[in-house]
Design a protein around this ligand. Structure first.
Ligand code: B4P
Length: 198
């Protein structure tokens, strides 16, 4: 039987709680695998810095540790993907974070004749997350890293709205969990094992 490959693209959802190291690792893996890195958090922060309408809206949610509304986030993500028509694939960092976003991503990739290759998740326990984010908060100027209450709220939002996506991808046999505690190099190696398979 002839096997028809639907797409040559590799589209990886890099998943994990706030502070798990998604941004840190995506920056390293994008060059190694020749993928376009889209961080929804970075795009929002860029818009905040440049005082755009999107930035003003996003800031009001982010500073409190809440998610930016799906409608806004999905529209922004689509625009970022469309900026890269020649991409060999994407690392989605910080997206999807809700059911609606996961469905929108499937539809978007389908329209490009491709799909999510896999969700690779950084697994890190809460006390380590809090320590890392408080540490970053000393120098990042990020209001959402500045106090423990907001950090705890972000982690709570993660468990309520985002963590259930694990099951969404597990049901499609697309979930790959990786231990996210260790040195940055060690974790890049662990993630690479999974990226190589996809
Ligand atoms: P994000 O920008 O996605 O931020 P994050 O979850 O805090 O970070 P990440 O996991 O990337 O951690 P990092 O590598 O930086 O989101 C911020 C906000 O934007 C959200 O709260 C929300 O409001 C909004 N938003 C974004 N996407 C959205 C969406 N799809 N829908 C709705 N709203 C959305 O690492 C953290 C720290 O740990 C760094 O200081 C790093 O140096 C350190 N670190 C990393 N790896 C380490 C290691 N191995 N050992 C020790 N420290 C390490």
């Amino acid at each position: 039987e002839l096997y028809v490959q639907t797409s040559r693209m590799k589209n990886i959802v890099l998943f994990g709680p706030p502070g798990a190291g998604k941004g840190t690792q995506a920056e390293r893996l994008k060059d190694k695998y020749g993928l376009v890195h889209i961080s929804t958090g970075d795009v929002f922060r860029y818009n905040i810095k440049n005082e755009t309408e999107l930035g003003t809206l996003a800031k009001s949610y982010m500073d409190k540790g809440n998610l930016v509304p799906d409608e806004v986030t999905i529209k922004m993500l689509k625009a970022e993907v469309e900026k890269n028509p020649e991409a060999n694939g994407f690392i989605f960092d910080g997206f999807p974070r809700t059911d609606a976003q996961a469905k929108a991503l499937d539809e978007l990739l389908q329209s490009l004749d491709t799909e999510v290759s896999g969700m690779v998740a950084l697994e890190v326990q809460d006390d380590v997350l809090v320590d890392r984010l408080l540490e970053r908060g000393k120098s990042s100027g990020r209001l959402d890293d500045a106090n423990e209450k907001v950090i705890q709220d972000r982690i709570a939002v993660y468990y309520k709205q985002t963590a259930p996506l694990k099951e969404f991808y597990q049901n499609q046999r697309k979930y790959y969990g990786v231990d996210g505690v260790g040195s940055v190099d060690e974790i890049t190696d662990r993630l690479s094992v999974e990226f190589d398979k996809l």
